[in-house]
Design a protein. Structure first.
Length: 550
């Protein structure tokens, strides 16, 4: 077995990456929060799909699963021994076949098929002493529980943890849906489990820690006696017998110490009691309902917010990682989105590996990791283009991948993506870069990205968009080499004088993918205004909620 590379990001389909890059029993802890559009009506999720619809017809950023040729192929792999050659257990094959018979060919079944094939691989790469936490909501949790039982064994189910993800939800005809579910699997013997504590509820504190010392220090009244016979002890020089059938829980030496320290007091009838101070209590040992302040959901005004719709709070991931792993262990998040699990792992001294299928997600993770941990200096990304033909393949594979090529190109020059690609509402702009002008005025460079068949008309379109948007600078990123007319048209746009930089810049600059891979970047004025420092991190809906390609 070879040593797996850690503290790296993988760009691509996690199924392919798990199969090609991860050895058996390589990781200590897996946390996954796979996408599923739980807001869709059950009548839609369970509506039968013919299977004739081509996956390419689906919107690139629709975050539900559909039964198409790719899912059918995966289903056949899971249920046909001739295809999987023993890599899928008989129990899993039987279950997936039975589920299709029971619930039909629909979005829910497509989701379960794609999750099952990935969970089989995750079981393979998890150490025999490792744990897995699958984050989901009640839309699919019951089905996922059955799938996990088949893959990991029902005897290895440890908890269904309920996380209160919001305070209230307005549902007109049913109880408000305010919780998510964490399905926790791991072996009963040899599994890492560290004591982690939840803070006391305020009601509990008010009820039990209702006593105060003169200095305001709160304490609860604790028993000095415990079940089982035992000898008498001295309390302030008076020998006291324990209550019948009981014994004093402290030694004589400890009783003398506590009396001296004022930790033992006497009730009105003269019976000794022990002061248990609130500030010395660690909290409640971890329970299976999490609704305390340490795991409050991320809201729009949260300091840790990254503008990511499905972002989970750092405290939630810290709790999981602290409880189920040790320093130096390897934590894997195969659907890592904006990378909160990786940040928690790095913060707690664990090694980590993150995988995501969208380059936007990879760019956000890189930015967040380096923002939290500047000493990292660099985050290695495996799977991104390193040469022109790799970028061309990324651009040509599918509609979805053309947008991935666009996001990749934009991140290379520090541009923020613009527009809703699903709706095509970018108004001719793919990205923009903020810069500062005299008087702290913030202006924008417009960016257009083209993946092939470029011509002079597209440069003219960029210049026209710049005039319409009153933007003085534009960057045209192209996979193909520009023609002479394109270069001439860009030059005809003239130059822009920056008062702060005290220099001229070409108004339109053409940058090729080869330039980017060679380290060349457009020459642009700097962004100095502190209000826009966060512009480097894309603040749009997460790309994690995409369909997976087989």
């Amino acid at each position: 077995m070879y040593a797996m590379e850690t503290n790296v990001l993988y760009y691509g389909d996690n199924l392919d990456i798990l199969r090609s890059d991860f050895p058996i029993a390589a990781v200590d802890l897996i946390y996954l929060d796979p996408p599923f559009n739980s807001k869709r009506d059950y009548n839609v999720i369970f509506k039968d799909e013919s299977g004739n619809k081509s996956d390419a017809q689906l919107l690139a950023f629709e975050d539900t699963w559909h039964w198409g040729p790719a899912v059918e192929s995966t289903y056949q792999y899971l249920t046909n021994f001739a295809r999987h050659q023993g890599k899928v257990s008989t129990e899993v094959s039987a279950l997936i076949g039975a589920l299709r018979t029971a619930i039909g060919t629909n979005q829910m079944m497509a989701y379960l098929v794609e999750m099952a094939v990935r969970l089989v691989e995750l079981r393979r790469v998890l150490k025999s002493t490792g744990s897995l936490f699958l984050h989901c909501d009640p839309t699919a949790s019951a089905y996922l529980k059955v799938v996990l039982d088949a893959i990991f064994g029902p005897e290895n189910f440890q908890n269904e943890i309920v996380w209160k993800r919001t305070t209230a939800h307005s549902d007109s005809n049913r109880a408000g849906r305010i919780h998510d579910v964490l399905l926790f699997y791991g072996p009963n013997d040899g599994r890492t489990w560290n004591k982690v504590y939840q803070p006391y509820d305020q009601d509990y504190v008010d009820r039990y820690y209702r006593y105060k010392d003169p200095d305001g220090r709160r304490y609860a009244s604790g028993d000095v006696a415990a079940a089982g016979p035992g000898p008498a002890r001295y309390f302030k020089g008076v020998l006291r017998e324990p209550p019948p059938g009981s014994h004093w829980r402290f030694s004589q030496e400890k009783i003398d110490q506590y009396v001296t320290e004022g930790r033992i007091f006497f009730t009105a009838n003269g019976f000794p009691r022990n002061k248990r101070y609130l500030d010395e209590m660690e909290g409640i040992p971890l329970q299976d309902i999490w609704a305390d302040k340490a795991v409050q959901p991320v809201v729009s005004w949260s300091k840790e917010g990254a503008g990511w719709a499905t972002q989970k709070p750092l405290g939630l991931l810290e709790r999981i990682i602290a409880a189920a792993s040790n320093e130096g262990d390897i934590v894997l998040d195969p659907f890592c989105g904006c990378g909160t699990a990786l940040i928690a792992a790095q913060k707690l001294g664990r090694k980590w590996v993150g995988i995501d299928i969208t380059y936007l997600s990879i760019a956000v993770m890189e930015s967040r990791l380096l923002s939290w941990f500047p000493t990292l200096g660099h985050v290695k990304v495996i799977g991104q283009p390193t040469e022109v033909e790799g970028a061309r393949m990324l651009a040509q594979q599918s509609l979805h991948d053309r947008y991935e090529f666009q996001y990749w190109a934009l991140t290379q020059i520090g541009a923020q993506p613009v527009g809703d690609k699903k709706k095509g509402a970018d108004a001719g702009i793919d990205g923009r870069i903020a810069f500062t002008e005299a008087g702290n005025e913030v202006r924008f460079v417009l960016v257009s990205v083209k993946s092939g068949n470029v011509n002079v008309a597209q440069v003219r379109d960029l210049i026209g968009t710049m005039k319409r948007e009153q933007s003085p600078l534009g960057v045209f990123v192209t996979l193909d080499e520009p023609s002479a007319p394109m270069t001439k048209e860009a030059a005809s746009a003239g130059t822009y004088w920056s008062d702060i930089a005290a220099r001229e810049y070409p108004a339109v600059q053409i940058i090729t993918v080869k330039d980017l891979l060679d380290g060349k970047r457009p020459e642009l004025p700097l962004l100095l205004h502190p209000a826009f420092h966060q512009a480097e991190t894309p603040q749009i809906s997460p790309g994690q909620t995409e369909l997976f390609g087989e």
